[in-house]
Design a protein around this ligand. Structure first.
Ligand SMILES: Cc1cc2nc3c(=O)[nH]c(=O)nc-3n(C[C@H](O)[C@H](O)[C@H](O)COP(=O)(O)O)c2cc1C
Length: 423
């Protein structure tokens, strides 16, 4: 049976004073009073929650960092979100794929599924929930990635993901960092399929959102296909809707996270084999895919591809996605428009106190390989962190690209006229 869901109206964040009747959580009517100036919100829940599982969220709804809800925010007021089409995904990347980066990427593809950086369940339970979960509407389709191992905490995270209108919750079982290992989550969870299955089940029980797992093909001394098959079998049995498989092992001792993305060899056939053995399970392949063309080869073996570093370092690869993967039109044909399309967002963010650099740092690779790219990068690196940096700073940076284009056009014209003269 489909559950009726009520969601937050994120635009309410920006309205100065809001008083609205709102159902803050499943079928529970409440009163929300929100002050958009100071961000303080009071949500008075009229109906008491009946189950203890809901008690934590009830508490969250009373807390100052509760998201403001609004009467138009829920699915009651709009069509339910379409099922996610994960044929192309952009990877979660800590400190890289932040909300500004994702808004920039959205200039290049409207269809790709984006993933947040990993947020730990501890941060969600004890930290500033709004800071961790807020995003802009235009980032959709957007999935929340969490790190954790404790079923109740994961269930709470899943509820929050739904409340914040994410389209999927993804569990990180691929990160090899020491910090993550100390908390016994991330890649080391691959040695404990039962624990991951319990977490997946808890999330499935807590939310109607798709629940997925991102993992490696193994860790440390796990040899061959068997441990991977057993791990995926356990999470599939627990109800995982998809797995995203980084096609290399993680070596938990002796390699840094960066080395763990480079040194263990890629093994794509092992991921293809998973799809063969679990035909009902959606399998997304990740690791070392350079661009959409390279990704297309994988799509005859698995359901989707995920790109990380190549999308970040050379974001223009994303401009091929809507056409080549989804068969639609590309939202942008000129790289300059990908920058200028951000201006409204930038103005809003600058007004809210964000520095230009925090947004433009994600755009530095956009013109890589083209005339003026070096000067574009250098200009932004030197000026975008300043207090008074704004749209003009960006326009000045773009002027190097435009000047290089003019020079190239002039050279072409001269070559052509020379050709005509000698003909
Ligand atoms: C800077 C950086 C941060 C990352 N942070 C995360 C993360 O938070 N969660 C996660 O599951 N993977 C993370 N990854 C791994 C990527 O999601 C991806 O699995 C990996 O980079 C391999 O894909 P690629 O070869 O396309 O980059 C990170 C990778 C990078 C480069």
């Amino acid at each position: 049976m489909r559950r009726t869901k009520y969601h937050i109206n994120k635009s309410a964040l920006f309205s100065p004073i809001q008083i609205a009747w709102t159902p803050p959580i499943h079928l529970t009517p409440g009163l929300l009073i929100n002050c958009g100036f100071c961000g303080f919100s009071v949500s008075k829940v009229l109906n008491l929650f009946t189950s203890t599982r809901h008690q934590y969220l009830s508490d969250k709804l009373q807390a100052p960092n509760t998201p403001p809800s609004g009467p138009t925010g829920g699915e009651a007021g709009r069509a339910p979100a379409a099922p996610l089409d994960r044929r192309f995904c952009a990877a979660p990347m800590m400190d890289w794929s932040d909300r500004h980066c994702r808004v920039f990427w959205r200039q290049l593809t409207k269809r790709a599924v984006f993933y947040t950086e990993m947020v730990t369940t501890g941060a969600l339970l004890h930290g500033d929930v709004r800071r961790h979960l807020d995003y802009s509407e235009e980032e959709h389709p957007l999935a929340l990635q969490v790190g954790g191992n404790e079923p109740d905490a994961l269930a709470t995270a899943a509820k929050l993901a739904e409340q914040w209108q994410y389209r999927e919750i993804n569990l990180n079982c691929g990160c090899p960092s020491d910090r993550v290992q100390n908390g016994f989550f991330g890649a080391c969870l691959m040695t404990r399929p039962g624990m991951v299955a319990d977490g997946v089940k808890a999330m499935k029980d807590a939310t109607a959102l798709p629940v997925t797992v991102k993992h490696r093909i193994g860790v440390d001394d796990q040899e061959g296909y068997g441990p991977l098959r057993d791990f995926v079998g356990a999470v599939a049995d627990a109800g995982s809707d998809a797995v995203i498989v980084h096609a290399r092992k993680a070596w938990l001792k002796g390699l840094s996270p960066k080395e763990n993305r480079e040194i263990p060899p890629l093994n794509y056939p092992m991921v293809y084999r998973l799809k063969n053995d679990f035909p009902e399970l959606e399998v997304i392949i990740n690791g070392g895919i350079e661009d959409v063309r390279a990704g297309l080869n994988h799509l005859s073996h698995v359901d989707g591809i995920m790109l990380g570093r190549s999308a970040y370092h050379t974001p223009w690869v994303l401009a091929d996605v809507d056409q080549q993967i989804y068969g639609g039109a590309s939202p942008v044909t000129d790289r300059l428009d990908a920058i200028r399309g951000l201006y409204d967002y930038i103005e809003k963010e600058l007004t809210a106190g964000t520095r230009l650099h925090h947004i433009t740092r994600h755009t530095l690779g956009l013109f890589n390989g083209l005339g003026g790219a070096k000067q574009f990068r250098r200009h932004l690196s030197q000026h975008a962190h300043r207090d008074d940096a704004g749209i003009e700073t960006l326009e000045n940076a773009l002027s190097f690209i435009e000047a290089a284009r003019e020079r190239a056009a002039q050279r072409r014209a001269e070559t052509e006229s020379l050709g005509q003269l000698s003909a």
